[in-house]
Ligand binder design. Structure first.
Ligand code: DOR
Ligand code: ZN
Length: 452
């Protein structure tokens, strides 16, 4: 494969602490060298090497989103593995981890392999699979997690639903610990959210909509942290939404418990005030909360309590969302606009710098998914050339109609944002080049990568 030189960008690799102007040489799908600017010929740059000018841009490890819903199998009208992978690449993500709440649920090795096969056929972003922890995600009988891990499931979760029974939860934690895989909990005590559709408080009362209290999330985290002391599984809190949850995770980590947590763009930028009877794109599980919760989540990111960011990209069709708030499905999409939204919530507010933001989007999720040892989430010589080039100054308007996703349920539609992935390499192959997606749609309707 010909050489490719990404020249003169600000190269950031939080895993190694590198943050300086450098040239990254890619060869045979791997990072061949990372060098501060010097004589290219001396480093063996071939005459036919292609050189890409990255001045003024960031060159970072490919972004990883550990929490997306790709809807295939079962709801391909909302998203497919191909359209979701295309959306990922457009957003600067070289890898995602998809949730098992499909139809059927991803609770068997053969279903894990089906998703992997579809992703490989598409050839855009890498798609890792989180297997269901219980059969059918019913929270009762354990799914064959060992067999799923055997074919490459990277983590386990019943996301969309919580494992509510403590007895089942204990067994799941024990199995995940023995497999060395993270368990990712959707923290929601279902007995506390009956009839709930938005945050419980004055706004829900004013709108006459059922309230969903923060304590429904917090009691599950407290319980699980305590249950996990006997197992020491890597326990991960998905889409953390409340100040109380930040507090519990902070204390657990200070006590040395193997606990991590993720925050999502919507829980950093929107509050319950966005909920109205008609704005169903603001309906999400867990619900949008308050300014005080946002401040606490930002603090949790600043002090290291939260070390992973995730979109919880959850596509739904326009017709399903075109109903009253109470009846609409929970979920919103985020893959294609997450990067500038994180920047708006965290960097533009002065809470953290770009280098830390990149850490939360690369090595943080890679460690969670256990793919860091294979070199993902970092830029290291001989590691896979999964690389994202970002123009931090690009100002643009989010236009959901232009998304690669098959769905449009994005509450950020029309927002002015800054920062965009312009170029993306997966395994040394261009999947996004100067803002153009390296994909075409086959007569079957499927999308596949083509070379750029
Ligand atoms: O809002 C949500 N939507 N939260 C979840 O946990 C599941 C997701 C979905 O699958 O639609
Ligand atoms: Zn969830």
């Amino acid at each position: 494969m010909a050489q490719l030189l990404l020249r003169g960008g600000r190269v950031m690799d939080p895993a190694s602490g590198l943050d300086e102007t450098a040239d990254v040489l890619v060869e045979d799908g791997r990072v061949a060298s990372i060098a501060t600017r010097s004589n290219e010929r001396a480093r063996g740059l071939a005459a036919d090497a292609s050189v890409v000018d990255c001045e003024g841009k960031f060159v970072v490890p490919g972004l990883i989103d550990p929490h997306v819903h790709l809807r295939e199998p079962g709801a391909e009208h909302k998203e497919t593995i191909a359209s979701g992978a295309a959306a990922a690449v457009r957003g600067g993500f070289t890898a995602v981890c998809c949730m098992p709440n499909t139809s059927p649920a991803i609770d068997l090795p053969s279903t894990v392999e089906f998703v992997q096969m579809r992703a490989a056929m598409t050839g855009l972003a890498r798609v890792h699979v989180a297997g269901a922890a219980t059969v059918g995600r019913h929270g009762e009988q354990l799914a064959p997690m060992g067999a799923m891990a055997g074919v490459g499931a990277v983590a386990f979760t019943d996301d969309g639903d919580c494992i509510a029974a403590a007895g089942t939860m204990g067994k799941v934690l024990a199995v995940c610990a023995s497999l060395g895989k993270a368990f990712m909990q959707h923290c929601q005590d279902p007995t506390l959210t009956v009839g709930g559709v938005m945050n419980a408080g004055v706004t829900s009362a004013r709108l006459g909509l059922g309230g969903w209290p923060a304590v429904a999330e917090e009691v599950i985290i407290e319980r699980d942290v305590r249950l996990n002391r006997a197992h020491r599984c890597r326990y991960h809190v998905q889409h953390l939404s409340s100040a109380g949850s930040v507090d519990i995770v902070r204390r657990a980590r200070a006590a040395g418990e193997p606990v991590s947590a993720e925050a999502s763009p919507h829980h950093l930028l929107l509050t319950e005030e966005s909920c109205t009877h008609t704005n169903t794109n603001a309906k999400v599980n867990p619900p949008l909360r308050t300014d005080a919760d946002i401040r606490a989540i930002v603090e949790g990111i600043v002090d290291g309590t939260i070390d992973v960011l995730a979109t919880d990209h959850a596509p739904h069709s326009a017709s399903e969302k075109a109903v009253d708030f109470a009846a609409a499905p929970f979920g919103l999409i985020g893959l294609e606009c997450a990067l500038p939204l994180y920047a708006k919530a965290l960097v533009e507010r002065g809470a953290i710098g770009w280098e830390r933001l990149i850490a939360l989007l690369t090595i943080g999720p890679a460690r969670l998914l256990g793919i860091d040892e294979a070199g993902f989430g970092q830029l290291r010589v001989d590691g896979p050339a999964d690389i994202t080039v970002i123009d931090p100054h690009a100002t643009w308007t989010i236009d959901a109609q232009a998304f690669e996703s098959r769905s449009r349920n994005c509450p950020f539609d029309g927002w002015q944002v800054r920062g965009r992935a312009t170029d993306v390499l997966v395994g040394g192959r261009w999947v996004l080049r100067s803002g153009n997606l390296a994909a075409r749609t086959l007569p079957s309707g499927e999308m596949v990568a083509h070379g750029l």
